[in-house]
Write a protein that binds this ligand. Structure first.
Ligand code: FAD
Length: 323
């Protein structure tokens, strides 16, 4: 069985790994120049900076077994963050003792280990999919790819829906507004922050999260660097904000929270249009076409987060093997 997977984030990679283990031939397509999607990292400030997923947690046994294996292979490590909360003008240590993991040395490290480069076509945005005996995919740049028995769309729901022109029934099941945006920025600081907090959940401010990325295992650098995430509401209202504008605001937020004059050497910005699942909306589960050998997967199918992306990928692989 030849399977095309559009989207090489955690869900697409997890799905493909399971299909390969079951003997299928798998090829991934992704519009980015690297894999891991929202769980990828940028190589800046002499380190790996996680601008998307900050850490992941483990709740289900199947993921636990996988994470234990990665930990033995030193592809992931626990991150014993000094976690604080900032609310009503007060910074307080959190009593949340959930174990948090990070990829080592970068968030993207574990997901595609052992996979051949040849199995990936990157920098390739799929624009049209068509089924006639087998699947044919057309990329934005005119390239086309054919001869696939099954197709997995491991994409944010709005991006999956764009491809479903031939399958109205499936398209109507896709909750296109499920993912909210996030403006993210990383700041390299001239002087370190002296407060012991290394990660803060923030309430009622433009930012919702900040973390000392250089505190994570494997990410030490000459200078401290911090990652800040703006809230979905702020990000939606300021989708066109520039890196400089966000950097100034982030610097002011750090100074306010830590009551310390913070100076920035450099910053890196990432705008995620489809970032975080809206917890108010129900998760639809992995979606399977009734007309074609096609399965939709992604974190959003099971409620968001890295763990659910990985689990949704495994579920999609099972569905593919039965379509
Ligand atoms: P994605 O990672 O979005 O993968 C989809 C892939 O599809 C992408 O690589 C994209 O390039 C590709 N693509 C899209 N359209 C096309 C197309 N037409 N053709 C080809 N390729 C296409 N989770 C946690 O557990 N803990 C956290 O701390 C956490 N923090 C987060 C913070 C931010 C700012 C963000 C953005 C996410 C965070 N998450 C966190 C969520 C976590 O990153 C996701 O749940 C997970 O990475 C989603 O994986 P996925 O494979 O479902 O989707």
């Amino acid at each position: 069985m030849r399977v095309a997977i559009v989207g090489a984030g955690v869900a697409g990679l997890s799905c493909g790994q399971a299909l390969l283990a079951a003997g299928a031939e798998v090829h991934w397509f992704d519009k980015s120049r690297a894999t891991a999607g929202r769980a990828s990292a940028k190589r800046v400030f002499g380190s790996h900076v996680d601008l998307g997923a900050q850490y992941f947690t483990v709740r289900q046994l199947a993921f636990r077994q996988q994470v234990d294996l990665w930990e033995q292979q030193q592809l992931v490590a626990p991150w014993p963050a000094q976690l604080y909360c900032f609310a009503n003008g007060h910074l307080q240590q959190s009593n949340d003792d959930i174990k948090r993991y990070v990829g080592l040395p970068a968030m993207h490290s574990p997901w595609r280990v052992g996979l051949s480069e040849l199995a990936f076509t990157l920098n390739c945005r799929i624009q049209v999919i068509e089924y006639q005996q087998g699947w044919q995919l057309q990329a934005e740049d005119g390239r086309s790819f054919s001869g696939f028995d099954a197709l997995v769309l491991a994409l944010p729901p709005a991006q999956a829906a764009e491809l479903l022109a031939q399958d109205d029934d499936l398209r109507q099941q896709v909750p296109t507004s499920l993912l909210q945006p996030c403006q993210a920025i990383a700041l390299e600081l001239s002087e370190p922050i002296t407060h012991p907090a290394t990660a803060v959940f923030v309430k009622n401010r433009p930012v919702s999260w900040l973390a000392n990325n250089s505190d994570k295992p494997g990410r030490k650098a000459e200078r401290q660097h911090w990652v800040l995430h703006f809230t979905p509401e702020f990000s939606q209202q300021h989708l066109t904000a520039t890196a400089d504008e966000l950097s100034l605001l982030a610097q002011a937020e750090l100074s306010l929270l830590f009551q310390q004059d913070v100076q920035v050497e450099q910053s890196v910005h990432q705008r995620w249009l489809y970032a975080i699942v809206d917890a108010e909306q129900p998760a639809p589960g992995v979606l399977i076409s009734r007309r074609f050998p096609c399965v939709l997967t992604g974190d959003w199918c099971l409620g968001g987060r890295v763990e659910n992306a990985w689990l949704a990928g495994q579920q999609a692989a099972k569905a593919v093997l039965h379509v």
